[in-house]
Design a binder for this molecule. Structure first.
Ligand code: AHR
Length: 812
């Protein structure tokens, strides 16, 4: 490496900023082909979370159009949610919910408007915090209506109005009758507005009932009537996804059996679909249902990957306990899965194929994969039910590849079970710190190739910053290196509507009008557009990497289900006044001696030093006594000023038997990465002399002067992927530099029959914490240029960046 450094420094001496900079050597042997990359890399996972479907992809602008909202999803979600009475002049208007003689049994609630007095009366829908409309654009309005005890005119005026009552679009619908009838019209907005309301009024008197009140832009994806939001689908299409997994996630198996996603409820006429509450806290109209999902896949050129529940509800969301379909009733659910295959692939005259045909598609959708379950728990009930699905599906449809799931977390507890089931691939999920992805970029190098292929069906690092996107990029280079094993990957969650979000980070944010592509999005896009067909043999070495950012010397103390006394705290020998520490979580009482936490029921209590101490080396000392056995006491260090990040030393986890050191996203967040652990033998009531000895390079945790844990803050590996695109005869390099300094890399290219003199360079990068926002949506985006290349050249990868280099090259 010293030779490498000297060579590079010589070559780079013309570049003043490169003295003593980190250097790397990338040696590529183009004539040595590696593994073929899966044709299914890369894809998408879509779930109706963060109003991704209703209020998102599904372009319906009316919220609660069929009055089926229910407080099960959220207390305020009554059947009248998002609706208001409209009474003008001396009209007397009362809104209520009717259930007698509904539109159909799947749509049991509707709006009753009791209209009295004199003047104009009706109801208004507020949309999703206002309806955004564009000047001169056309909107399709439709509703079902019925009148009873009516006097006067029964035509309805439908308008878009601003909050002050200004009308910006108006139409009149044909008169109503005393049986349910559909009416439709078109509204053309005369100006652009973000906070319009849909107002339906009449001058008649009596009882007016409304249901399925709908407003759609005509300008939808592919111009389909009542279709999908064009800008959002375009954003997905721009990722060139190879597959789309849907409809969840947790909503696939549901917070209980009644809440599981039953695909048959989601097809056919939209007024007859059977909506359900969404475990993410809102309502699912199922207007975006299985037909629309399959159609979207066809539009995107993506393999459809439906997820069917396997008779066990979601282990995270089934508050009252996981519910399981009794074994005697399981066949009905297996039949659902079999019928789904017929819906997708069956002839147009088959039972379910004909439903598809009536919806407008006679030819099959070409379903080839089926995902069984989502993030299942490793329970006897699951073990009993899963094989029944596998057997029945395999017997009836050997042509369909079954995708199992590996259970919760990167520990993949169900992978071996899936191996025994002989599934095609198995789905694993993880949401981790960026550091986890950087540290685990070699995860698949040692996986057993005789086991099922891997589907990384959901993953994300906790942030939308450049650093987080680079961590994902580094992980993806490991996936390309193992492209023979890792068959599919998808970031999650995909979409999030601002102000309607239950989960961050997400890949794409949007509001009523705008779409924001995150840095993570651009990372996915670069990997998707520049994948290549096979890997190319190479070696990569880097040296002189800059040390990690110093860990802030901000200390905290806490407990995990134990009562504890802390005393005699000091930093670098100077006593600290624990009474001044902020009680960030739980209840502490300051005593003459120090601090006491006396509630053994609390997990993650925390008292935090007011500020981080300056300087490089820190020795934090404290005496602590854990009075109840519990799961230990906690010493925190390294949190930033917002309390995020840092490390937690759990002194006496597992009832006193272990010390663990975790890098954490936030002190009490479940996303944490264990970086060190050791056996312990601590008794309740023992006084412990604890020390954290922190330098920029490492930390040592001591008990009674003896080091029990040590962790070195090693730099993260830069990452490289080398692949070849046979269609364009180009070598593709992907280079990830997750460091604050540029990485001067000597690229040596052997074995090429011919090599172009110039390559195409695409750079995505900025500062570590930069991210795109609605105010600055293009702050970080891929930038292209042309660079000179040869069989031996120096290329400098900028700090905090992902680069793609495409070099036209012919292999022998
Ligand atoms: O992507 C959000 C959720 O994370 C999914 O619904 C679930 O599968 C996982 O726990």
């Amino acid at each position: 490496m010293t030779l490498l450094r000297s060579a590079l420094l010589l070559v780079c001496s013309a570049l003043p900023h490169l003295h003593a900079a980190p250097v790397a050597d990338l040696h590529i042997e183009l004539n040595q082909r590696g593994v073929d990359l899966s044709p299914h890399l890369y894809g998408l996972f879509f779930e109706d979370i963060n109003y991704g479907a209703d209020g998102g992809l599904y372009a319906e602008l009316v919220q609660n159009r069929s009055f089926e909202y229910h407080p099960r999803s959220k207390p305020e979600h009554t059947a009248l949610y998002a609706w208001q009475p409209v009474a003008r002049e001396n009209a007397d208007v009362k809104l209520s919910i009717g259930t007698a003689d509904p539109l159909n049994p799947n749509n049991p609630h509707y709006l009753d408007l009791a209209l009295g007095g004199r003047g104009v009366g009706g109801a208004a829908n507020l949309g999703f915090n206002g309806i955004a409309v564009t000047a001169k654009a056309s909107y399709d309005v439709a509703l079902f209506g019925r009148i009873a005890s009516w006097t006067g005119d029964s035509t309805l005026t439908v308008a878009l109005e601003l909050a002050d009552g200004t009308r910006i679009a108006t139409t009149r619908l044909d008169p109503l009758d005393n049986t349910w009838a559909r009416r439709e019209g078109v509204l053309i907005a005369d100006r652009t507005a973000d906070d319009a309301r849909l107002v339906i009024t009449t001058t008649g008197r009596g009882m007016l009932s409304l249901d399925m009140v709908s407003l759609f832009p005509q300008d939808t994806w592919r111009g389909r009537k009542y279709g999908l939001r064009k800008d959002l689908v375009q954003t997905l299409a721009d990722l060139a996804p190879k597959f789309l997994r849907f409809p969840g996630g947790c909503i696939a198996h549901g917070a209980g059996l009644a809440n599981a996603y039953r695909w048959k409820d989601t097809v056919g006429d939209i007024a007859e679909r059977k909506p359900n509450w969404n475990l993410w806290g809102y309502h699912q109209t199922y207007g975006l249902g299985y037909f629309e999902y399959f159609q979207l896949c066809a539009d995107l050129g993506a393999q459809p990957l439906p997820v069917v529940p396997v008779g066990v509800s979601c282990g995270f969301h089934s508050g009252g306990g996981v519910q399981c379909v009794p074994m005697d009733d399981l066949q009905e659910h297996i039949q659902d899965a079999l019928d789904l295959i017929e819906f997708a692939n069956g002839p147009a005259d088959s039972r379910w194929g004909s439903v598809r045909a009536r919806m407008g598609r006679t030819e099959p959708f070409g379903l080839r994969y089926l995902c069984l379950g989502n993030e299942e728990h490793d329970t006897p009930e699951f073990h009993e039910r899963f094989p029944r699905f596998v057997r029945a599906l395999r017997e009836a449809h050997p042509e369909i590849r079954l995708i199992g799931n590996s259970g919760l977390s990167a520990n993949i507890p169900l992978y071996d079970f899936m191996h025994r089931q002989g599934v095609y691939s198995s789905d694993e999920h993880y949401y981790e710190l960026p550091e986890w992805f950087l540290r685990h970029q070699r995860r698949f190098d040692s996986f057993d190739r005789t086991k099922p292929k891997i589907f990384v069906g959901e993953y994300a690092s906790w942030n939308n910053t450049v650093f987080s996107a680079l961590a994902e990029a580094a992980y993806l280079t490991g996936i390309e290196r193992n492209g023979d094993l890792v068959d599919m990957t998808a970031y999650a969650p995909l979409l999030a509507r601002t102000d309607f979000t239950q989960w961050t980070p997400d890949l794409i944010y949007f509001d009523a009008r705008r779409v924001l592509r995150t840095v993570n999005y651009y990372t996915q896009q670069l990997f998707s557009h520049h994948k290549g067909d096979h890997t190319v043999a190479h070696t990569f070495r880097a040296e002189g990497l800059p040390p990690r950012d110093p860990v802030p010397a901000r200390f905290g103390l806490g407990t995990f289900k134990s009562t504890t006394t802390f005393t005699q705290a000091s930093l670098n020998g100077r006593p600290l006044d624990l009474a001044t520490w902020a009680h960030a979580a739980g209840t502490f009482s300051a005593t003459a001696a120090g601090l006491e936490q006396t509630d053994a029921s609390l997990a993650h209590t925390l008292a935090l030093a007011p500020i981080a101490a300056p300087g490089e080396r820190h020795l934090f000392q404290v005496r602590a006594r854990r009075a109840t056995s519990g799961d230990g006491l906690l010493v925190l260090f390294g949190a930033d000023s917002a309390g995020m990040g840092g490390y937690v030393w759990q002194v006496g986890a597992e009832g006193g038997r272990r010390h663990t050191l975790h890098q954490v996203r936030a002190y009490d967040h479940w996303s944490r990465m264990e970086v060190a652990s050791a056996r312990a033998d601590l008794l309740a009531d023992d006084w412990l002399d604890l020390e954290v000895d922190l330098t920029p390079e490492r930390v040592r945790c001591r008990v009674g002067g003896v080091t029990v844990l040590e962790h070195v803050f090693t730099p993260y590996e830069p990452a490289v992927s080398v692949t070849y695109d046979r269609a364009t005869s180009e070598l593709i390099l992907k280079l990830v530099n997750p460091h604050p300094e540029p990485l001067a890399t000597r690229v040596r290219l052997d074995g090429a029959r011919s090599l172009a003199a110039r390559g195409r360079l695409i750079t995505l990068g900025s500062s570590r914490d930069a991210q795109n926002t609605f105010e600055q949506p293009d702050q970080v985006r891929p930038l292209e240029s042309i660079i000179p290349v040869s069989s031996d050249f120096i290329h400098t990868v900028p700090a905090w960046s992902l680069q793609v280099v495409r070099i036209p090259a012919f292999a022998p």
